[in-house]
Write a new protein. Structure first.
Length: 203
């Protein structure tokens, strides 16, 4: 498990230059995380590749947990984009299936990086890093959006939350090579169709 730095608020970039530096850091972390297991990614190497001072890196990301959790957050934004671009005439469950399959294929193509992000996100929950909770909420909202649930019931949120737990388990199994990608995709389709059949706006 990655070491978690002393609790402190990560700085938020405001100026274009600060935002560009933060993006360079995330790109460098993604590159190094795709090549090395999380425990072998060194913060000074991330800073060197991003061409920032080590103090700048730690200002935005106090630990590797913060860094790779933020990287996962940037990946999660794609689900929100899928929800915003969904065709209102499309079958909503199949829209969720397609979005989760695209995300799964993207993550499985870079298993080291995917494991680093998921491992860091789990550690972030333990350490109550706020970004981890925000990721969970973004994923939930994205799937509710794909389903066209603008005013979801408590049951809707529970169903989608359970689906996300299923997806996480299937993804971890595929990344650990305990199941094939084709098996993982079949399980994701089944989970979506079974769990979302009883949502409040189902026909």
């Amino acid at each position: 498990m990655p070491r978690i730095a002393e609790p402190r608020q990560a700085a938020e970039p405001h100026s274009p230059g600060q935002k560009a530096r933060r993006e360079r850091i995330l790109r460098a972390a993604a590159h190094l995380g795709a090549e090395h297991d999380l425990e072998h990614v060194q913060m000074h190497e991330v800073a060197r590749e991003a061409e920032v001072a080590i103090a700048t890196l730690y200002r935005y990301f106090p630990s590797k947990t913060h860094l790779f959790t933020a990287l996962l957050a940037s990946h999660v934004e794609r689900l929100g984009e899928d929800a915003a671009a969904v065709d209102p005439t499309a079958d909503p469950v199949e829209a969720v299936v397609d979005a989760l399959l695209r995300a799964t294929r993207h993550l499985v193509r870079q298993p080291r990086l995917a494991r680093a992000m998921l491992q860091s996100n789990n550690a972030a929950h333990t350490a109550t890093i706020s970004e981890a909770t925000a990721i969970e909420r973004r994923v939930l909202d994205a799937v509710l959006g794909l389903l066209g649930l603008d005013d979801p019931t408590e049951q809707d949120e529970r169903l989608v939350g359970l689906l996300m737990k299923c997806w996480h388990g299937v993804l971890v199994s595929a990344l650990s090579e305990h199941s094939s990608t084709s098996d993982a995709e079949a399980e994701i389709r089944l989970a979506c169709r079974v769990l979302l059949a009883s949502r409040s706006n189902a026909r």
